[in-house]
Ligand binder design. Structure first.
Ligand code: PRT
Ligand code: ZN
Length: 285
């Protein structure tokens, strides 16, 4: 039988969310014995647990068919893989940072400077593109301490909240790229494996879509239904159900979570009451 092999991070910032994504897609597996390779009991997929740095190459070589990894790692490894889906988690940026006491004049500042990083290729491409002649000092970790100990004038590293920079007396000078977790695939998947991947993506998209939408139920005076339907048009059109109290109806609709707060006052102005906002588990349009 054809199995799609997915490489996911063994332990780290991507692990928990990757497992959660697979579980929410209804794929069950047992990894209590922490095996390197484990097969799902109810979907033609097997999970391979790796360090994130190894994932792009394993997928490019066809040892794994697909993988979940940060865009930053794909770019640094320059592996020949296809991005099948953006996943919206592990969001971060890759930035150049300098001591906070420095008055930053723009990227020409980095000319003839030494920059410490674990991402020499992405940094090298940025420097070349911007005609900056700087020395790249590749180190394997704790990049943020490099300026403080006199190893470099600046750093190039992942920034998320920015607190690591602050606590090391640094400030962000240039955002070079943004990154998030993505599903990558071997560009030469067999037809059978591509079909399994399509099935998996269909499920993942249904879960992702559901997460940013809410099911809204409210009571409203019958006379204002038309106005309310305009405000919350739903997937096709809202469900309007009569209430026992003639003159009142219950309106059911689907709304993007971020839009909800924008329309709440308009709904209240139309006499809406008893507004319930309910999470949706899966959404197939
Ligand atoms: O062991 P393995 O090699 O598998 O994992 P790893 O240690 O190389 O990677 P891991 O688990 O730390 O990160 C995996 C991926 O998560 C990265 O490749 C990014 O795509 C993404 N990601 C998202 C981050 C961060 N946010 C992040 N904040 N990766 C690292 N950081 C680190 C950063 O290096 C810096 O030291 O957090 C610090 C900055 O965080 P703030 O919040 O203080 O700005
Ligand atoms: Zn890593």
């Amino acid at each position: 039988m054809n199995l799609l092999r997915i490489a996911i991070q063994k332990s780290g910032r991507l692990s928990e969310k990757s497992i959660e994504l697979i579980s929410e897609a209804g794929i069950s597996f047992n990894n209590s014995d922490r095996k390197l390779l484990t097969q799902s009991a109810n979907f033609p997929i097997e999970l391979l647990f790796l360090r994130d740095d190894d994932i792009p190459q394993y997928v490019a070589d066809g040892v794994a068919d697909i993988g979940i990894v940060g865009e930053n790692v794909i770019l640094e490894k320059k592996s020949h893989v296809k991005v099948a889906e953006k996943l919206g988690f592990a969001k971060c940026r890759m930035s150049l940072a300098i001591p906070k006491s420095v008055d930053y004049p723009g990227n020409s500042y980095f000319n003839n400077k030494k920059i410490a990083t674990t991402y020499p290729r992405i940094l090298g491409a940025f420097l070349k593109e911007n005609n900056i002649n700087a020395e790249i000092h590749e180190i394997s970790g704790s990049v943020e301490i490099a300026p403080g100990i006199g190893l470099a004038d600046g750093i190039f590293d992942i920034v998320s909240s920015g607190s690591t920079l602050i606590s090391n007396g640094l400030k962000e000078a240039e955002v070079v790229m943004k990154s998030e977790a993505v599903i990558i695939s071997d560009p030469n998947l067999s037809k059978e494996k591509q079909q399994i991947l399509d099935k998996l993506l269909f499920r993942i998209r249904a879960v992702q879509k559901a997460k940013c939408n809410k099911y809204v139920v409210l009571n409203a005076p019958k006379s204002n239904v038309d106005k309310i339907v305009q405000i919350i048009p739903g997937m096709k059109s809202p469900t309007v159900v009569p209430l026992a109290d003639d003159g009142w109806v219950s309106v059911h609709s689907v709304l993007k979570e971020n839009e909800f707060w924008e329309v709440i006052d308009q709904l209240k102005d139309c006499g809406a009451q008893g507004i319930l906002v309910i999470p949706i588990e899966k959404m197939i349009i």
